[in-house]
Design a protein around this ligand. Sequence first.
Ligand code: FES
Length: 183
Amino acid sequence: MAETSPVPPAADARRSFLAKLMAVVGGGIASLTPVAAGVWMTLDPLRRKSSAAAFLPITDIASVPDDGVPRQFPVIADRTDAWTGFAAEPIGAVYLRREADSDTVEAFSATCPHAGCFIELDKRDRCFRCPCHNSSFTLDGGIVSPSPSPRTMDTLECEVHDGRVRVKWENFYSGIAEKVARP
Ligand code: FES
């Protein structure tokens, strides 16, 4: 009867090492799965795209003087940071303007296209001014030269329904000649 040859010690040690290695790798993969899921859940708000531009209620049309002089209004909306929601907070400001006996309302963003400062209305000189680098704009948003702003004030889509004024609120990239909405 043939005798089975004993397993050489070196081969036995190698088999034992491979078994341990497989156990460690398998255990590692199993423990990484919940960690990866946790990271995915934690970063979820960062993965979400910001919501598309939406029409937001601003005011009653009666509150917009029909004398061609713009008036400033806050833009109020629910806001969401990466992990936190804030209900009904100011997220920006618009200037609304309408001519005499007109129900047509023009809307301009109060954010300066040059570098994003807040544009102020100069009622005495009947123009807009940006205090940061002295850009000036006409009451209908055009540039008064010389001004560092690369474009006119940013107009916003505006609609009036049942006496309520709503504006499509968007932010635009500053410092460039084209009006390009931020995503
Ligand atoms: S930010 Fe308005 S002029 Fe520079």
